[in-house]
Design a protein around this ligand. Structure first.
Ligand code: HAM
Length: 441
């Protein structure tokens, strides 16, 4: 048998998760920064929680596919069943239910957690992703949905995306429940099965979809398929029986689209096949879809979930929220060439002309750091040309070479590596010059 010590360990990461090298981290921080700024501008405050949750938390309402096929669950040493969170909504609902007497509502909260789902890794789908979650608790009216979709729209705009680059798909669980249970008179279990088939529509051909639907709905399947294939809200409403045209869900969707258009959000489309996989949604659901054929994935998904808090024995608290994933966001930004160019945090590199000036360079660096600059020192002992090349290759914008003259006169030639310009400054002037210069630009 191979001895333990001889076995080489591979350098690749676990399947479906990512390592973030500094360039990747830079993009990640940029994405999170834009998300944070946008949600905070709407008055949302940040919360956090552990990655570990009791497995029971997801059994009630998260939905069979995620719970049975996609969770990472294990027993801890005390025989408790633990799950790595596959989504944040049950956690935030638990947190709100736990302290609801202490809060005054509405609550506007956000978080950017990492989530784990045992998926087949593919474009836009990984086993670990980060997800901005924004949720509002305590608002029954449609203003909550309008706010959520407005935030989603504001984030897309802040990333530089145009309305024509994506569409906001909306539907209402109330309409779907009416159609499946009242209009088509399906039993609750048939209606649940049909919802799951509709949810997977984009993953199959039109023929397969029709076949699957008719296997559950039989003679009523033509009616249902015609409704599901309707091109817009008007066409859909016209296919409904007269009395259903004023159904609460229909009126809600109409009002939502009208109000959003009034706020200048016009890329909203009614999508009767938008189901959203979670069992906790109770009303309007929405997704933001990239219209580019290269990224046929939702970037955001969310909706209203008025009953979720009652699983904790708490009285109902109306809630609306969404999740926006970092993987799909990065893909979209890449497609539209909107990713930022990498810039290291280091602003200044000190080249050391001779080992005997290392101490001096260290003290200089220390003093400049106290002035607010990010400074790295070269310890290589290589030729000055090579030291400067290192700074250039690592995209550090400025260098100072430290040698006999600098140590004696306390005057420094600050070189801008991009423009080649040099400026002689004393120690007090350096930080001010760099911070006011292209370092921050
Ligand atoms: P979700 O639709 O499962 O919703 O996820 C929201 C977004 O997260 C998706 O549109 C997608 O961008 C991203 N996402 C989901 N799974 C993966 C994955 N395996 N790899 C990469 N990205 C992924 C929820 O999770 C709801 N809890 C959102 C919510 C918050 N509803 C109300 N409040």
């Amino acid at each position: 048998m191979e001895k333990k010590a001889d076995k080489k360990i591979g350098t690749e990461s676990y399947k479906g998760v990512r390592d973030f090298y500094p360039q990747d981290m830079f993009v990640q921080n940029y994405i999170f920064g834009v998300m944070r700024k946008a949600v905070e501008s709407f008055g949302y405050g940040e919360y956090g929680a552990s990655i570990l949750e009791p497995a029971d938390l997801y059994r009630a309402k998260t939905g069979d596919e995620i719970v049975n096929e996609q969770t990472y669950s294990f027993k801890d040493r005390g025989d408790r069943e633990v799950t790595l969170r596959p989504e944040m909504t049950p956690t935030v609902a638990r947190m709100v239910a736990a302290k609801k007497r202490e809060f005054s509502f509405p609550l506007r909260w956000y978080s950017i957690p990492n989530l784990f789902r045992y998926e087949q890794p593919q474009k836009g789908r990984l086993r670990e992703h980060w997800q901005l979650n924004a949720d509002i608790f305590g608002v029954e009216s449609i203003e909550a949905e309008i706010e959520m979709i407005s935030i989603a729209h504001a984030i897309m705009k802040a990333f530089g995306l145009k309305d024509s680059d994506y569409e906001i798909r909306v539907n209402d669980r109330k309409i779907m429940n009416y159609i499946l249970e009242d209009f088509l008179s399906l039993s609750p279990s048939e209606s649940h099965n049909v919802s799951k088939i509709i949810d997977k529509k984009d993953k199959m051909s039109r023929e397969d979809f029709a076949e699957k639907i008719s296997s559950v709905v039989s003679e009523k399947s033509d009616n249902l398929l015609t409704l599901l294939h309707s091109k817009n809200l008007e066409e859909f409403i016209n296919l409904l029986p007269e009395k259903a045209r004023a159904h609460k869900g229909v009126l809600e969707i109409k009002e939502l689209m009208k109000k959003l258009a009034g706020f200048g959000i016009k890329n909203v489309v009614f999508s009767p096949t938008l189901m959203r996989g979670f069992d906790y949604y109770t009303g309007i659901v929405f997704e933001i879809f990239d219209t580019n054929p290269e990224n046929r994935r939702a970037i955001f998904g969310g909706g209203r979930y008025d009953d979720l808090l009652s699983i904790f024995g708490a009285e109902k608290i109306p809630a609306v929220g969404f999740g926006m994933g970092d993987v799909t966001t990065r893909d979209v930004l890449q497609t539209y060439d909107l990713l930022p160019k990498y810039k290291p945090a280091t602003e200044l590199y000190l080249c050391v002309l001779d080992e005997k000036y290392r101490n001096y360079a260290n003290k200089l660096a220390q003093s400049l750091r106290e002035d607010g600059l990010n400074v790295a020192i070269d310890f290589s002992g290589k030729k000055v040309g090579d030291q400067i090349k290192y700074a250039d290759k690592n995209l550090i914008p400025f260098v100072i070479c430290v040698g006999e003259n600098e140590a004696k006169n306390e005057e420094f030639k600050v070189k801008n590596l991009k423009s080649g310009e040099e400026k002689v400054l004393n120690i007090k002037e350096i930080a001010q010059f760099l911070l006011g210069n292209s370092v921050s630009k």
